[in-house]
Design a protein around this ligand. Structure first.
Ligand SMILES: Nc1nc2c(c(=O)[nH]1)N[C@H]1C(S)=C(S)[C@@H](COP(=O)(O)O)O[C@H]1N2
Ligand SMILES: [Mo]
Length: 258
């Protein structure tokens, strides 16, 4: 119950003192129609998810600019091999939109300029690839949680799926498309950002232009490059191999904790 207190409610309850709390400030609040309305809403659900699950979430270590690696390898796709991507790149990504859909109240189509106008976060972290190399870089982007709050989560929301522009394997059924997924715990983690900047410049094509995921505390293959669309879902079992990602479908762990 205390998870849903507004600042005002908190102040009221705080002024009641410990006795007031023991006497059941919760009961009083639950009788209020507006509080109940909030409790029933999807927003409260989102908030509950965040507050409950994100309390005491450890953060990935952050470094100083002196630690930034002089070179950062480009791995996996170096340049998506499609005319659609080539056209977007040719136009300086002016026509690119990040689509946000699935279990949301409002579908979004955000331009790069719009994303850059949103509050940003910059962090210097170490990227660890499962192949055994690491590199430290500074990433700048929009907290994913902020974008999800803009869209509003519907009840049932559990995962966020990221669809990329590249096919890492050419297949007839599209199962070679790069995609990834994370749960809401990671989605609302403050270090989980949709990054458009690396080491103070726009992302290069090699590193995932115009937008990539940074989900620190997980391995390199979770850091999906070339983002085109993100969907909020209750399950990813119906997607391609059903295991939540291109590499997961090929045997890698879905939760690739470092
Ligand atoms: N779309 C897409 N995202 C991807 C990949 C890819 O091939 N395609 N490779 C993954 C792997 S295995 C790693 S280690 C990192 C590499 O990111 P980098 O090229 O910026 O080093 O991106 C990850 N995200
Ligand atoms: Mo990797």
């Amino acid at each position: 119950m205390s998870l849903f207190l507004t600042r005002r409610d908190f102040l009221i309850r705080a002024s009641l003192g410990a006795g007031g709390l023991a006497l059941g400030g919760c009961d009083v609040l639950e009788q209020r129609a507006d509080v109940n309305a909030v409790l029933r809403s999807a927003e409260a659900l989102t908030m509950k998810t965040q507050r409950l699950l994100l309390a005491q979430r450890p953060s990935a270590r952050e470094f100083s600019s002196a630690d930034i690696s002089p070179t950062f390898r480009v791995n996996g796709t170096q340049m998506p091999d499609s005319q659609a991507y080539a056209a977007l790149l040719g136009g300086g990504f002016a026509d690119w939109r990040l689509k946000v859909g699935g279990l949301v109240d409002r579908e979004l189509a955000l331009s790069l300029a719009e994303l850059k106008q949103l509050p940003s976060r910059t962090q210097i972290t170490r990227h660890d690839c499962v192949e055994g190399w690491s590199a430290i870089a500074q990433w700048t982007g929009v907290p994913l949680g902020l974008v999800l709050r803009m869209a509003g989560l519907k009840p049932g929301a559990r995962y966020v799926v990221f669809y990329c522009a590249d096919e890492l394997e050419k297949t007839l059924d599209g199962s070679g498309r790069y995609y990834e997924s994370i749960d809401l715990i990671d989605a609302f983690h403050p270090q989980t950002i949709l990054a458009y900047g690396m080491n103070n410049t726009d992302l290069t094509v090699g590193h995932g232009a115009p937008l990539r995921l940074r989900v620190e505390r997980q391995l390199g293959y979770k850091q999906a490059k070339y983002l085109m669309q993100i969907d909020v879902v209750d399950s990813f079992s119906a997607l391609w191999g059903g295991r939540g990602g291109f590499w997961e479908d090929r045997g890698y762990e879905w939760y690739a904790g470092i």
